[in-house]
Design a protein. Structure first.
Length: 286
């Protein structure tokens, strides 16, 4: 019963943010396009849960997340024509990010065979449903600023907010891709089996991929500023949500706990941990 209540609360929160962000924006019948996109995000994940629960598999979880981003952005763009430059810019940014991350995570789980986070969850239907619901909420809250821009009817020319935000997004995207590719190459080398990565951009931060992720979504939030008004400002939960999620919930804490279990007694890891920031980039001492 408690888990079912969590599912209801998550859906209500996501739809509330989508409703707020869609105020004054494009409409589809009696509702805003952004609210329709919020409902679509949950619908896709609940539909994907059905076969995933039957076969007790999480192999398509991350891929479904990326497809959800592409679907809601595509629907938002289609029903908000004609798109102005800011909307087109943001739509392309989210699509590029979703395709890159989705393909990367899907390839990784195909190689690994499973995601250890789901070992116990996928055998408990209600807990498993909750994770799919949380993914729908993740999509809505993370993409809230982007969807508000895409569905906005305010035609504000590109300016300093757009240019600064675009640079932030680009830098964050490059950092995230660089970090993922460096770690992928590190793990592919048999000589590194059982070792932790501390080279390349990983010498600058213990979680540079998460730093890049936070920065790129913050960039999209900056781009959205000129078109927001009234209750639409609720979409600014997006960068805050990404930051809290990655630094307090499912990102850094879980990986730090795992690293401490595996390498906690390793003097080399202790030195790496002492000299390298958990998130923000800092050039390594020479």
């Amino acid at each position: 019963m408690k888990l079912f209540l969590v599912v209801i609360i998550c859906a209500a929160l996501g739809l509330a943010v989508a409703w707020a962000g869609g105020q004054g924006g494009s409409e589809y019948g009696p509702i805003s396009v952004m609210l329709a996109c919020g409902a679509l995000a949950f619908g896709i994940n609940w539909l994907a849960f059905v076969p995933a629960n039957i076969f007790k598999t999480e192999k398509y979880y991350d891929l479904t997340g990326s497809l959800t981003y592409l679907s809601v952005v595509g629907v938002a763009a289609y029903f908000s024509q004609p798109l102005e430059a800011r909307a087109m810019l943001v739509a392309i940014m989210v699509a590029v990010w979703a395709v890159r991350l989705g393909s990367f995570l899907f390839a990784r789980i195909k190689k690994d065979g499973k995601d250890r986070r789901f070992d116990k969850i996928k055998t408990a239907p209600m807990r498993f449903l909750m994770t799919w619901t949380l993914q729908g909420l993740w999509v809505i809250l993370t993409a809230a600023c982007a969807l508000a821009v895409i569905t906005s009817t305010s035609n504000v020319p590109l300016g300093v907010f757009a240019y600064v935000g675009a640079v932030m997004w680009l830098v964050g995207f490059i950092i995230e891709v660089m970090a993922d590719e460096q770690k992928k190459a590190f793990r592919a080398n048999p000589e590194n089996d059982g070792k932790f990565i501390s080279t390349g951009i990983w010498a600058w931060s213990r979680h540079p991929n998460y730093f890049g992720e936070i920065l790129l979504w913050l960039g999209i939030a900056v781009i959205s500023v000129p078109v927001l008004s009234g209750v639409q400002w609720a979409v600014m939960i997006s960068p805050l949500f990404v930051f809290v999620l990655l630094t307090r919930v499912s990102g850094v804490p879980k990986l730090e706990h795992h690293a401490n279990k595996v390498w906690g007694d390793d003097p080399a890891y202790q030195q790496y941990k002492a000299n390298t920031p958990a998130l923000f980039l800092k050039p390594p001492a020479r």
